[in-house]
Design a protein around this ligand. Structure first.
Ligand SMILES: *[C@@H]1O[C@H](CO)[C@@H](O)[C@H](O)[C@H]1NC(C)=O
Ligand SMILES: *[C@@H]1O[C@H](CO)[C@@H](O)[C@H](O)[C@H]1NC(C)=O
Length: 345
């Protein structure tokens, strides 16, 4: 399967490849099944949600509405508000207090990390404590070892213009605004990948245009079919040499044009070129592509593909998968395209 191609990787992965080949014979059947079935095991076609198509557009919950954190995790960093005398009854209130320090509208927040102790028994006298912190580098938050003995819950908040990572391809870099308050586990994974400084094996392998079915704003054209093509580009974000841990289901809003979401529990993911009200809300959305970069996604969607059938669904697989790398992006005055971090390779 296209996404498993590794021939373009540097030779330092050669020994790993040999090892993988050794294991391959026993896992071939499993790999085949997982590649064919996983990507659209929850296929958009079988998930048509007829009630969503009756024209009554439901109220969308914006990302502002989320205030999720990661349990059993204590993020460190300099405190801007001491929890010993700042207590709440729920992690959500603690998170909202942190968000409340982002009132500047543009630019960094005074608080970008909240840490809450919400288990009355485990926390003891610390129960209800809400620590608000400010990281030196919010894309690499200072984390202590996590585990079940940690009774804290932590979350991070990105201000406007913060928390943007680049998905670099040969066709341009897609700037992605991450949504840590809606999908904290997903974003923590992306930040781990970012810290790795390579994403060997990460690639787009499927590309489907909007066809004649969705307009350039991503709106469905009246009475048009719902695909294929399904108006998306799909790939994988699993770096060779790392162990991927399934990502739990997080916030699953309606897929919009620009939404970046996991297929199932990852590491397969897709970027939507259209508003897919017809799909059930089952995809964890962890980011959105900045509107000005959607033309890059459109370009990729036009590349040569070949037909394949996954789980009875016609899909268009790229003739040449497109390697990806994650890059840190720094927003400087009016210019989003300044990369500040140099890869190790
Ligand atoms: C938290 O709950 C307690 C008891 O349920 C209540 O007395 C208190 O006012 C609540 N505090 C806040 C900040 O909501
Ligand atoms: C899938 O592709 C085949 C071959 O091109 C075509 O005959 C069939 O109608 C397609 N099915 C759908 C659902 O588009």
């Amino acid at each position: 399967m296209a996404r498993k191609q590794i021939d373009s990787e540097p030779s330092r992965y050669a020994s790993l490849i040999l090892l993988l080949m050794g294991v391959a014979s026993c896992t071939l059947v499993y790999a085949f099944l997982s590649v064919v079935l996983r990507p659209w095991a929850e296929s958009p076609v079988s998930e048509l949600d007829a009630s969503a198509l009756d024209g009554s557009s439901r109220a969308e919950v914006g990302s502002e509405g989320c205030c999720r954190g990661i349990e059993n995790l204590e993020l460190w960093g300099p405190a801007v508000k001491w929890g010993s005398d700042f207590k709440f009854n729920s992690s959500k209130e603690c998170c909202m207090a942190c968000k409340g320090m982002c009132s500047g509208n543009d630019g960094p927040c005074l608080c970008d990390t909240w840490v809450f102790c919400g288990n009355r028994e485990a926390c003891g006298p610390k129960f209800g404590e809400c620590w608000l912190k400010k990281q030196k580098d919010i894309l690499a938050p200072d984390r202590q070892e996590s585990g079940h003995k940690v009774s804290w819950t932590s979350g991070i908040i990105f201000g406007k213009g913060e928390g943007i990572v680049g998905l670099e391809t040969e066709y341009g870099t897609l700037h992605i605004k991450l949504l840590p308050d809606c999908a904290p586990h997903s974003v923590a994974y992306i930040l781990e990948l970012l810290a790795l400084r390579h994403c060997a094996g990460c690639q787009f392998y499927r590309a489907e245009s909007r066809g004649m079915y969705w307009d350039s704003q991503g709106n469905h054209i009246k009475d048009a079919p719902l695909g294929p093509p399904f108006a998306l580009i799909q790939g994988t974000l699993e770096a060779l040499g790392t162990t991927f841990k399934k990502i739990p289901t997080e916030d699953c809003p309606t897929i919009r044009r620009g939404s970046v979401a996991w297929v199932g529990s990852g590491p397969e993911f897709f970027i939507s070129l259209a508003n897919h009200q017809e799909w059930k809300k089952v995809y964890t959305v962890f980011g959105s592509v900045l509107p000005e970069d959607m033309e890059i996604a459109e370009k990729i969607a036009q590349l040569p593909t070949k037909l394949d059938v996954w789980n009875k669904i016609n899909v268009s697989v790229l003739e040449n998968p497109i390697p990806l790398r994650l890059r840190r992006m720094k927003k400087s005055e009016g210019d989003l395209n300044v990369a500040t971090n140099v890869e190790s390779e």
